[in-house]
Design a protein around this ligand. Structure first.
Ligand SMILES: [Zn+2]
Length: 210
């Protein structure tokens, strides 16, 4: 069976299984609209699905996915800001109470950031996008306590979450709500090998959420 055939077969199982079993709730969601309390910014990585990791159901999470789960700073220029637009919708329209930046181990985007030269490059969308976390790259490369490249990647993954958390506060409609305590920001890190989920605080320390 091809990958597409597998997907269609999966859809048919969903339609006759999950959809039928939850038809009432799903049609209610369709009529009333969504009102998730949580927005998650996760990586595009196929191994890190926020709904699967948190055992969530449709309507629970407003999910934004991009390369390496980065939040850009608030910029007013007339370019296309997909992540910022999704955040604005989640925070200003849906009025979510929590925004979670969900990082993860073995992130290809972070690896490419560390392997690159740290310069923005025309027509290289990945390098250009990853430059949001340039400071995390510099910090990881400068640390003398890290011996292996993988340790530097891990450090860079954690500090890029801190950068995203601080970039969230550059959006006035986020800062305002955080100050009024109607919105909380969280940094989480998922290790797909151990299955561990960690909370990353503003100083970069981690605590297991188990
Ligand atoms: Zn990733």
């Amino acid at each position: 069976m091809s990958a597409i055939e597998q997907l269609i077969a999966g859809y048919r199982r969903f339609r006759s299984g999950y959809y039928e079993e939850n038809r009432e709730r799903l049609t209610d969601l369709a009529h009333v609209g969504q009102s998730p309390q949580i927005a998650v910014v996760a990586c595009c990585d196929s191994r890190v699905d926020p709904a699967v990791i948190t055992d969530s159901t449709p309507g629970d999470l407003f999910v934004v996915r991009n390369v390496a789960n980065l939040i850009p700073p608030c910029e007013g220029k007339g370019t296309w800001h997909g992540t910022s637009a999704a955040l604005q919708f989640a925070v200003s329209c849906l009025e979510v109470e929590h925004v979670i930046v969900l990082g993860h181990a073995r992130c290809g985007g972070i690896r490419s950031l560390l392997e690159g030269q740290g310069e923005r490059q025309e027509n290289n969308f990945i390098a250009d996008w990853m430059s949001i976390a340039e400071e995390a790259r510099k910090q990881a490369l400068a640390r003398t306590d890290l011996e292996t490249f993988d340790q530097r990647i891990h450090a860079c993954e954690l500090s890029s979450i801190q950068i995203s958390l601080s970039n969230l506060l550059t959006f006035p409609w986020i800062r305002e709500r955080v100050e009024k305590q109607t919105l909380q920001l969280h940094g989480w890190y998922y290790d797909m090998q151990s299955g561990e989920l960690l909370e990353v605080d503003a100083s970069g320390s981690t605590v297991a959420l188990s």
